[in-house]
Ligand binder design. Structure first.
Ligand code: ADP
Length: 165
């Protein structure tokens, strides 16, 4: 049976830290589904469709990486996709608490699904979509932090939303 992993996240927008996790997961699993979800507690800068579109372009070199979106419970989504593994990235100790809570709850909801954690590559340990948006809002340089083709879109969106400081 093919080993399918789901890598869920907001990806608002996708960063080179996310792409590093995707590449490394692709080396382990037969298929990786990068699943964009709408987190209602966060107001996204990019709509779900735009995040999916950017991700598709960013991972187009990987034949066995698929990009999708979902709403609702992650464990229900995994069952639909016949996947047994959730991949998450860990940067700092501060990620641990919420990730531990989420993984424990998902285990309670679906005991046959495992969450595996990949330690960030040290060069991306400080990188998050939020800090990229913050730096860009001050017109700081975000080259090497996100894919090249997203840079202009990011500044355009911040300008449209009147978020450039
Ligand atoms: P969420 O809103 O669920 O935190 P994100 O889009 O911020 O979603 O991140 C999705 C996943 O990618 C999370 O597991 C997060 O820890 C991981 N991640 C984000 N940035 C990095 C990075 N620089 N290195 C490793 N993992 C990362």
């Amino acid at each position: 049976m093919a080993k399918i992993a789901v890598y869920p996240g907001s990806f608002d927008p996708v960063t080179n830290g996310h792409l590093d996790i995707i590449e490394r997961s692709n080396n382990i699993f037969d298929k990786v589904i990068v699943a964009v979800f709408n987190n209602h507690t966060k107001k996204p800068l990019f709509e779900m469709e735009e995040r999916v579109k950017m991700l598709k372009q960013a991972v187009k070199e990987y034949d066995s990486v698929e990009v999708d979106c979902f709403t609702g419970l992650l464990t229900t989504y995994l069952k639909q996709k016949e996947a047994k593994v959730i991949v998450r990235g860990l940067r700092a100790v501060s990620d641990f608490e919420s990730e531990f809570q989420m993984a424990s709850m998902n285990k309670k909801l679906a005991s046959d699904i495992e969450t595996i954690f990949m330690m960030t590559s040290t060069e991306y340990a400080y990188l998050s979509s939020s800090i990229v948006k913050e730096v860009a809002s001050f017109e700081g340089c975000v080259r090497d932090l996100i894919p090249e083709f997203i840079i202009d879109r990011l500044f355009d969106r911040l300008r449209e939303r009147d978020l450039l400081i």
